[in-house]
Ligand binder design. Sequence first.
Ligand code: NAP
Length: 190
Amino acid sequence: MGGTFDPPHLGHLIAAQSAWEQMELDEVWFLPTYHPPHKNHQVVATANQRLQMVKCCTVDHPAFRVCDVELKTRETSYTIKTMEQLQAQYPAYEFYFIIGADMIMYLPQWFEIEKLINMVTFVGVKRSSTVIDWDALPPEIAKKVTMVSMPSIDISSTAIRERLKRGQSIQYYVHAGVNEYVKGNHIYES
Ligand code: NAP
């Protein structure tokens, strides 16, 4: 499950848990991006802070792992490059890529998507409010997307950063370990 995780919140964790349960995956690897290809706004927390926050919120789950390959590469994180690297490193593994269902419609614009769909099955995590126009998606992409469901959790990293800027609490929006880390390191305060 790739993400900027700036910061990771309960929506990310429940999405991962939903995919893990419904797809019967062995493990879910959280893959913080160094620089996401589709976001031109500045990432606020440093790569190391985002990595530490992802570690804080996954450490107590039996199947959640953290994968720091994109942070080590330190360049724009194209998923195809990451998957080529992971498949070379773990040839016996079968990989899925978990994404929020809102992102499915943008898959045709992903870098080298025609190669990527032969390497992974996408797991689209559908909130109850999500509507997907399957007819607008190329059929070769649509058939490589499996849907799972989760309750709508209306939390976003942007909203959390704004709460912190206003001096509001993010308790219950994020894992307690992330809350402690954010407070201790004064991230997102200005
Ligand atoms: P993000 O904002 O950090 O979120 C990570 C994932 O969690 C997203 O799929 C997001 O879906 C989902 N999510 C966030 N809040 C949620 C909530 N409340 N409930 C359920 N799901 C929630 O991730 P991102 O920065 O968009 O990046 C996603 C991944 O796609 C990254 O690995 C990135 O590198 C990859 N990507 C690759 C390319 C490419 O290769 N060219 C292009 C674009 C993205 P939503 O977006 O639906 O909120």
